[in-house]
Ligand binder design. Structure first.
Ligand SMILES: Cc1cc2nc3c(=O)[nH]c(=O)nc-3n(C[C@H](O)[C@H](O)[C@H](O)COP(=O)(O)OP(=O)(O)OC[C@H]3O[C@@H](n4cnc5c(N)ncnc54)[C@H](O)[C@@H]3O)c2cc1C
Length: 149
């Protein structure tokens, strides 16, 4: 983790707390269910922020957009990669405009089209291996201190 990203995390944490997020022990302050059973609640040192996902996303977005060297382009999807002599040199957007770059980072999630885009500019097909993690989804019910007091 870089100093800049650590600073960003602390700035985001402070902001979420200022606007009402709750910080607390994720094990003791929550009720966790795994495979139908409730886990024992014991004090731990796992301190977490309790905040809704939409609110967290808004705060992160506001923080990023406040940075001088960050710019957001809305309502435009990346359609393909720009290429020069086998190297990626930028992106082409759905509206036809292009952005040239020294480095392109694909953060488009699990539906990423990078394999197809790279293939389209002459790179060999990326061989993907699916690793089954056997992880389960868990839900936690939480009472806020204000609600229980
Ligand atoms: C129903 C559901 C519940 C989940 N619950 C949890 C949870 O409780 N806790 C947890 O930790 N994780 C959860 N996850 C997983 C979590 O959402 C993902 O791991 C996480 O969002 C991945 O982040 P990401 O930034 O890689 O991709 P994403 O969040 O998918 O972001 C990708 C972004 O790229 C954009 N994009 C895609 N293609 C293009 C394109 N061609 N041009 C421009 N933009 C593009 C998309 O619009 C999107 O905004 C859940 C996932 C699902 C589906």
């Amino acid at each position: 983790m870089t100093v800049a990203s650590a600073r960003a995390i602390f700035a985001i944490r402070s902001r979420t707390l200022r606007i009402g997020a709750l910080e607390g022990d994720i094990i003791y302050g929550s009720r966790w269910f795994f495979e139908g059973s409730c886990l024992a609640r014991r004090p731990s040192d796992l301190i977490c922020l309790r905040i809704s996902r939409p609110l967290l996303e808004v705060i992160i977005r506001q923080h990023l957009l406040s940075l001088a060297n960050v710019r957001a382009l809305e309502d435009c999807a990346v359609e393909s990669l720009l290429e020069n002599s086998g190297s990626v040199t930028g992106i082409r957007l759905g509206n036809g405009s292009v952005i040239e770059a020294d480095l392109v980072v694909d953060a488009s999630g699990r539906g990423s089209q990078s394999p197809q885009w790279l293939e389209a500019i002459g790179h060999p097909r990326i061989v993907m291996r699916v690793i089954k993690g056997n992880l389960l989804s868990a839900k936690a019910a939480q009472n806020s201190p204000t609600a229980s007091s």
